[in-house]
Design a protein around this ligand. Structure first.
Ligand code: UDP
Ligand code: MG
Length: 340
């Protein structure tokens, strides 16, 4: 079971709603986050008294007091939910932490959200009600309608990324889509059954499909602490996202190569005919140098694209786990981490 990541849910159903939260250095946000989620869960259990809720908090190799805070919260029984937590052996990145949480989540309905309150917990009751009241719906996802408060350069790059993503890949990821969503067990199982190492969740949500309803909300700022992403990490994440969802760059490289060959062949014929007919001397070396440099650059770029895919294939072929659990109060259900 653990090798494929699929769950034997029927035997292990202990909670109705699981809320999965990846946390990296979030000690400043967590107390406020817990109180906001407690309020939202209170609303849910008031409307649906039969509902039990668990919070699955994943400490992704934090270097601040996050792990201690999670341990304390796990022992605190004053919340309207059970707190299950796990600590990863190092920082595996948000995608690894998210998968660890999804693997550990037991609910029939599973929500995923950030710890910095950028994903408003106040939306949880509405999302839950939508899934409970509409059996034809599999997932309620959210997207930001504005990016106020974000550096303009990041917003511009994000817009460009989504546009590129939607042109290049067969799946559709709406601009502004968040990881914040609530889904039925079948969607969670589909996600955890994908064993790839290079995970780009927004692409995976779209890839697994299912009937999804969207909730729009304006951007909210992080309540405390600072973002875990710098420009280079975001760029790397974007490239990984594109590569994991599309093989179009590989064929674009071939098409550009073919086009350039055609142009070069045409130009050679033209120069040869002109020299034979009119005895024109061939133009000087600067133009030649420019062409050689241009084609050299293009070749390197195409090799780089191929290299990226090769590197990903190499990483996937090692079949290392996406995360390793160091500690926690969850005793079962995590993906097998010993197959590296
Ligand atoms: N996060 C994580 N591991 C990481 C980076 C981030 O678990 O290596 C978590 C982080 O604690 C937060 C969520 O992922 O709950 C989103 O991170 P962040 O707010 O830094 O991203 P942003 O909102 O700036 O895109
Ligand atoms: Mg954030």
């Amino acid at each position: 079971m653990a090798e494929t990541g699929t769950r034997t849910h029927v035997e292990r159903q202990t909670a109705t709603l699981s809320i999965v939260v990846p946390c990296h250095n979030e000690e400043a946000c967590l107390p406020l986050f817990l109180s906001h989620v407690a309020r939202a869960v209170g609303e849910i259990t008031e409307t649906y008294p039969e509902t039990t809720v668990e919070l699955v908090l994943v400490d992704d190799g934090s270097t601040d007091g996050t792990a201690t805070l999670l341990r304390k919260a796990g022992d605190d029984h004053g919340f309207p939910f059970v707190i299950r937590w796990l600590s990863l052996s190092r920082n595996f990145g948000k995608e690894g932490a998210l998968l660890a949480g999804l693997d550990a989540a037991d609910g029939d309905i599973v929500a995923v959200m950030d710890a910095d309150l950028q994903d408003p917990p106040a939306l949880l009751p509405r999302m839950f009600a939508m899934l409970r009241d509409d059996p034809t719906l599999d997932c309620v996802a959210t997207r930001r309608t504005t990016r106020a408060g974000e550096p303009p350069i990041r917003s511009a790059c994000a817009h460009m990324f989504y546009r590129l993503m939607n042109v290049m890949s067969p799946v559709d990821v709406p601009d502004g889509a968040r990881d914040f969503r609530m889904m039925r067990r079948r969607v969670t199982d589909a996600l955890t059954s994908l064993t790839e190492r290079n995970r780009f969740s927004k692409g995976l949500y779209a890839w697994v499909g299912f009937r999804t309803a969207w909730i729009d909300y304006p951007n909210t700022r992080r309540v405390a602490g600072k973002t875990n992403w710098n420009f280079f990490e975001l760029t790397r994440y974007a490239i990984e996202g594109l590569i994991s969802c599309s093989t179009l760059p590989l064929s674009v490289a071939s098409w550009i190569g073919l086009l350039l060959c055609g142009i070069a062949f045409g130009a050679t014929c033209f120069i040869a005919v002109r020299a034979a007919m009119f005895g024109d001397p061939v133009a000087g070396w600067p133009s030649l140098a420019c062409i050689v440099t241009f084609i050299g650059g293009l070749q390197l770029m195409c090799l780089g694209v191929i290299g990226q895919y090769l590197a990903n294939t190499y990483l996937e072929s090692k079949r290392r786990p996406n995360y390793i659990i160091r500690d926690g109060n969850i005793d079962d259900g995590a993906r097998d981490t010993g197959d590296a």
